[in-house]
Design a protein around this ligand. Structure first.
Ligand code: NAD
Length: 290
């Protein structure tokens, strides 16, 4: 396939590299001048998209994804597919879909889980919204960049799945961290706490697979000074998207709102920015109720 790849940042560059390594012809564009192995640099988003069967975007937010979609849709051929892998708001994803339809182009919103490590290893999970036809067209590319691609339904449903998943993740990480901090003050050994909770009804991915306590459970960012991993800043971004979506559809999400507020304070007023989202544990350790 001829692939245009726009946004060659931490995630986009290794994804584009894997597509090129698998034999696809990849034209890449990033305004920061980033290129990567096997990918030919294009002078603009439009140049990367011209003649492509599939255009992939991996961008910071919905506003930029909308701008880039408006640049590339007019130069893409009818029947081609625009595949946005960025994490953006549901409303923008649905708006891009309707503009793509006006141009006779298929659109998929396909945010990912798995982080930079998953992008490099080609083991990402894609949560995909859009038509079955476009999904089938993009499946060989998902197979190269990832291990799993779940078709979640119509446009916007990929973003919906992503923000619901990450809302659960943010809430459970906070719950796990505050429980560890409480256990510390109660004089409970952290290993004993892990051994009980990881095999009891309080178990979760944040406890069992990504334990926020250093030296406990499998290797995690806690064992590396809380270097991300998944940065608290990105967790805050995703929690904000969940609250924006909840507001749009009038859904009551009190725990999501509380998690958003805590990560906002942590990132914007404390030392959370640039640290892994599990660094909530040292935050709670140093605090009292007042
Ligand atoms: P990043 O900031 O490293 O990369 C984004 C790239 O987009 C940058 O290189 C930037 O120069 C480029 N860009 C900005 N404006 C542009 C424009 N107008 N046209 C073309 N390119 C433009 O971000 P990232 O970590 O690669 O994340 C990308 C997306 O993936 C985000 O939506 C993020 O939420 C999501 N995501 C990231 C992770 C992660 O662990 N990093 C995990 C899952 C999902």
């Amino acid at each position: 396939m001829n692939i245009g790849f726009i946004g060659l940042g931490n995630m986009g560059a290794p994804m584009a590299k894997n597509l090129a390594a698998a034999g696809h012809v990849v034209l890449g564009y990033d305004p920061a001048g980033i290129t990567t192995e096997g990918v030919t640099a294009a002078a603009s988003a439009e140049a990367a998209a011209t003649g492509a069967n599939v255009v992939i975007t991996m961008l910071p937010n919905g506003k930029i994804a909308q701008t880039v979609a408006d640049q590339v849709l007019p130069v893409m051929g009818k029947g081609t597919v625009l595949l946005d892998c960025s994490t953006i708001d549901v409303a923008t994803a649905r708006r891009i879909d309707s503009r793509a339809e006006d141009h006779g182009i298929g659109f998929l919103d396909a945010p990912v889980s798995g982080g930079v490590g998953g992008a490099e290893a080609g083991t990402l999970t894609f949560m995909v919204g859009g038509s079955a036809e476009s999904f089938a067209e993009a499946t060989p590319l998902f197979d190269i960049m990832g291990r799993t691609a779940v078709h979640c339904g119509g446009a916007g449903n990929g973003q919906s799945a992503k923000i619901c998943n990450n809302m659960i993740l943010g809430i459970t990480m906070i719950g796990t961290c505050e429980a560890f901090a409480l256990a510390d003050k109660l004089g409970l050994d952290r290993q004993a706490m892990f051994d009980v909770v990881s095999t009891s009804s309080g178990y979760s991915w944040t406890m069992n697979a990504y334990c926020p306590a250093p030296g406990i459970g499998p290797q995690s960012p806690a064992d590396n000074g809380y270097a991300p991993g998944f940065a608290a800043d990105l967790m805050l971004k995703d929690l904000r998207l969940s609250q924006q979506a909840a507001q749009d559809v009038d859904a009551d999400t009190p725990m999501g709102a509380a998690a958003t507020e805590l990560y906002k304070i942590f990132v914007e007023q404390e030392d959370g920015s640039g640290r892994d989202f599990s660094a909530m544990l040292p935050r709670f350790e140093g605090r009292t109720r007042s």
